[in-house]
Design a protein around this ligand. Structure first.
Ligand code: GLP
Length: 259
């Protein structure tokens, strides 16, 4: 089962995950990180900023989960721009080593296969950061996505377009298609770290962690992975049936184990 860590704040979640990433980079300087966008991973990137100062990050590699199709990469809300602004620049990573799926319409037919080949060539993702959508999507794998799927083009649900409209001037600007790592791609990463904050995510978190494994709730794919850490605040944990057990387990965890 996933290890669930219930923390008191976003900052505490960021610190916990950032400590793990720093240890990983120190032990493997060419660590391959799976990078997520959205508001959820920001506390991790913030915590990494101070923790990575003085560490050698010149060989760190990264693969973003997803990108909008047909949105100019220079648009401030393209995931290429978001990853540059939130991750590459503040952490001092080498932009040439950080890839984002290519959402250009002209080459979209083979963009998914190209991305899979690049992840394989890098030796796979060591640690994949994940958020979760209110409908249970991870990456942009909307309900119904195959657990065996690899990077490909998907159509966004109206719910996701509405959720993401806050980043754009109007909902009409939100693209209808995206290119996303598949659930199969995500499951090939060696360690999955899923974060969620706030009441709005409570139902999706409970369904992903404790509900039936179902393509209708793509986040439930994490139950098929042998090494998953779910880091949530009290509000996002509020619908977990085994919350007390998770608290007890974490409080009694041997220090050497890490997350
Ligand atoms: C988007 C991203 C997902 C992210 C989700 C949740 O749809 N493609 O990777 O997990 O939004 O966003 P937020 O973290 O802002 O709640």
């Amino acid at each position: 089962m996933a290890e669930v860590v219930i923390v008191e704040s976003k900052a505490a979640a960021g610190a916990l995950v950032a400590d793990e990433i720093v240890a990983l980079i120190d032990s493997k300087p060419d660590t391959v990180l799976g990078l997520a966008t959205g508001s959820t991973p920001l506390p991790v990137y913030e915590a990494l900023r101070e923790r990575l100062a003085g560490h050698d990050v010149s060989r760190v590699r990264g693969f973003a989960l997803d990108e909008y199709v047909g949105l100019d990469p220079e648009h401030p809300e393209s995931y290429r721009s978001v990853i540059t602004r939130e991750v590459i620049e503040p952490l001092g990573l080498d932009p040439a080593r950080i890839r984002v799926p290519n959402g250009a319409v002209e080459t979209i037919e083979h963009a998914g296969d190209d991305y899979e080949l690049a992840i394989d060539a890098a030796g796979g993702v060591d640690l994949q950061i994940l958020g979760i959508g209110t409908d249970g999507h991870i990456g942009f794998n909307e309900p119904g996505s195959s657990f065996a799927s690899s990077t490909r083009v998907k159509t966004l649900t109206e719910q996701t377009r509405e959720d993401n409209a806050r980043f754009f001037d109007s909902i009409d600007e939100v693209p209808r298609h995206c290119i996303t790592q598949g659930l199969g791609t995500i499951l090939r990463a060696r360690h999955l770290v899923l974060l969620a904050f706030g009441e709005g995510k409570a139902a999706a978190v409970a369904a992903a962690v404790e509900g039936p494994v179902s393509a209708m709730l793509p986040g439930s794919a994490i139950q098929l992975h042998p090494h998953v850490t779910v880091v949530v605040d009290e509000a996002a944990a509020s619908e977990l049936k085994l919350a007390d057990y998770y608290r007890y387990t974490f409080a009694n965890k041997p220090a050497w184990q890490g997350i």
